[in-house]
Design a protein around this ligand. Structure first.
Ligand SMILES: [Zn+2]
Length: 216
């Protein structure tokens, strides 16, 4: 199964991705991980990408696209893939259509996780993190065995500076502006499945399984 997953920060995309990967036994392909791996392994594309990153520039599309094309041809993609964070623009989506046709692995389903603003606000403004080890807590959930302190390392929990309503609004506007053309593009191909991700994770996954079951 060849899947693209989309969803704003706080939509539970990470959790859903893990469950989908397990269900279909496919690899997770995110451009961030792919870039880091190519740079670490000093591949030809990694060396090229590093030049841009070192100069403080974004890695251009043609480098990213070439990495994705190579990645899709690795043996672990035989049963499919889960794309995450790419394509993120209309131009990338159009180019990816050519790439994935060339390697005969076109996207079969786009999972678009949707969460209303109020629910996202609850999830994000209630989040607390450990500034030392990065563990995540929530005021409506677990706040440490000793309230307000990290279970792992004992450090006092804090709210991340950008986990505020104002920053959430900015991020949501950006997310919607950038993803809308991509969603519209795949909607035109009849591939988009909008999922209500404001419910608990197991209910979200039940919806995901149902729509993917109809595709497979
Ligand atoms: Zn900690």
């Amino acid at each position: 199964m060849n899947i693209l997953i989309m969803g704003p920060a706080g939509s539970g995309k990470g959790t859903m991705s893990e469950k989908i990967l397990e269900l279909y036994d496919i690899p997770h392909i995110s451009t961030g991980d792919m870039l880091r791996e190519n740079v670490r392994n000093n591949t030809e594309l990694g060396i090229k990408a590093k030049e841009y990153m070192d100069a403080g520039h974004l890695v251009p599309d043609d480098v990213i696209n070439a990495m994705v094309e190579k990645r899709l041809q690795e043996p672990d993609c035989e049963k499919g893939y889960l794309l995450d964070g790419y394509p993120r623009t209309l131009v990338q989506a159009e180019t990816f259509a050519e790439i994935s046709d060339r390697v005969q692995k076109p996207i079969e389903a786009v999972i678009a996780l949707e969460v209303g603003f109020e629910e996202l606000e609850k999830r994000i403004t209630g989040r607390r993190i450990c500034p030392k080890c990065g563990a995540i807590y929530h005021v409506n959930g677990h706040m440490g065995n000793k309230y307000g302190y990290c279970d792992v390392c004992g450090t006092e929990l804090v709210q991340r500076r950008d986990d505020t309503v104002e920053q959430l609004k900015v991020r949501m506007d950006e997310y919607e502006a950038s993803t809308k053309p991509v969603i519209d593009y795949y909607s035109g191909k009849g591939l988009v499945h909008k999922i209500d991700a404001s419910v608990p994770a197991d209910e979200v996954f039940a919806q995901v399984k149902e729509v993917l079951g109809k595709v497979a």
